[in-house]
Ligand binder design. Sequence first.
Ligand code: ZN
Length: 444
Amino acid sequence: MAPRYECRSCGWSAPYGGPLGRCPRCGGPLDLVPLVPSPSGGGRGVWRYPGSLPPVGRPVTLGEGGTPLLRAERIGERIGLDRLLIKDETRNPTGSFVDRGSTVLVSAAREAGYGSLRTSAKGNVAASLAAYAAAAGMGISADVSGWSDYGKLYQLILFGADLTGEGAGGGAYEVRADDPLMSLGYSTAYLEVLEDLGRAPDWVVVPVGTGTLLWSLYRAAEAAGDVPRFLGVQARPCDPVARAFREGRDSPGPAGCGGATVAWDLAEPDPPRGAQALLAARESGGAVISVGEGEAIRWMAGLAEAEGILVEAASAVAVAGLAEAAADGTVGRGEEVVLVATGTGLKDPRAVSRVVAGLPRGGRAGRRGTKLRLLGMLAAGPRHPYGLWKSLRTEGIGLTKPAVYRHLRELEELGLVRSRVEGGRRLYSLTWRGELLLSDLGVQ
Ligand SMILES: [Zn+2]
């Protein structure tokens, strides 16, 4: 059956005739239908499911997809789950699930005669598109203004992307993060899970930024006629979808997302597929929740230590959310859970530094300096909060004592300091992570 574009917002529909980013009638996100859940292409990876994909003579592939579904007993035990599985998308060519979408989109764009791409998408999406554009011999121009993620920026530069956002010329295809061809590629991750398990798990857990991944996996499950519950997780500094879920709204609507977030890829103030992610979570009996960044950082380390899988902060957000959902009984101990590890931590070695250097923006000026200063003071050895408060005053940083306590609590939540009570007084010291951060930033 020939693929068609379909807009769930306004009902517009048309036969597939090449890449098309948004609904020409209402501007809403598009889907390509039908999604055919059975493999028919042989081999492994995304192109094993050609029934779902647009007709392409010669795909642009780097060997994406076909990732393992790993039993994660030790981290499961820490979280309180007996049957936790990790779909390890960090193994993809550029280190993220996005490669599944890029292979489909770039193949289709080349097939349709486009010589170059342009994207305003950020992070993993831009880095992955750049790799596939390179493999296809196509140009790509990306808008990196406001980027805070150097690992992904280096990827873009090495893949030969034009970073001005201008260089692709008039005939370039504009790729948004919610492009229906990208979405179609993402859907294959769920089809692989189905093939591996032979049935749907009880839960699928994913981080939520634009909402595209959650929606794409849900669509695949819907097409297969066996829908697990979906748990979407956002990071608290920017969680419009989770807020809309809590408040019973159908759509997140544009929201303020002040300051940087450690899970920068997820920080979407106006998520294009947010309404669809909400729909998927509700229809499946799941939820969208949000977690603190400190928890995410802790679980990033926990997952690496327990399972040997190093994920980036955005994926760690999902682990932290699952831990919360298991703790409050939303996810039962005996239920089978598939957690999607969306991207590798190797892209993101400065995630922790960004938390301290960039997080407390939008508040009082100078807070950033204060936290680093506190860490610097602790580098010399354990200190009491009162002593730290006095030392800050000596340096002309006149904070109240409760403000100093708050900074210390936040640093502790980030895993950068620890405290113990000694002789009735609380004593703070650096953790190894705090030491690592200071040396990473070159702060004494
Ligand atoms: Zn429409």
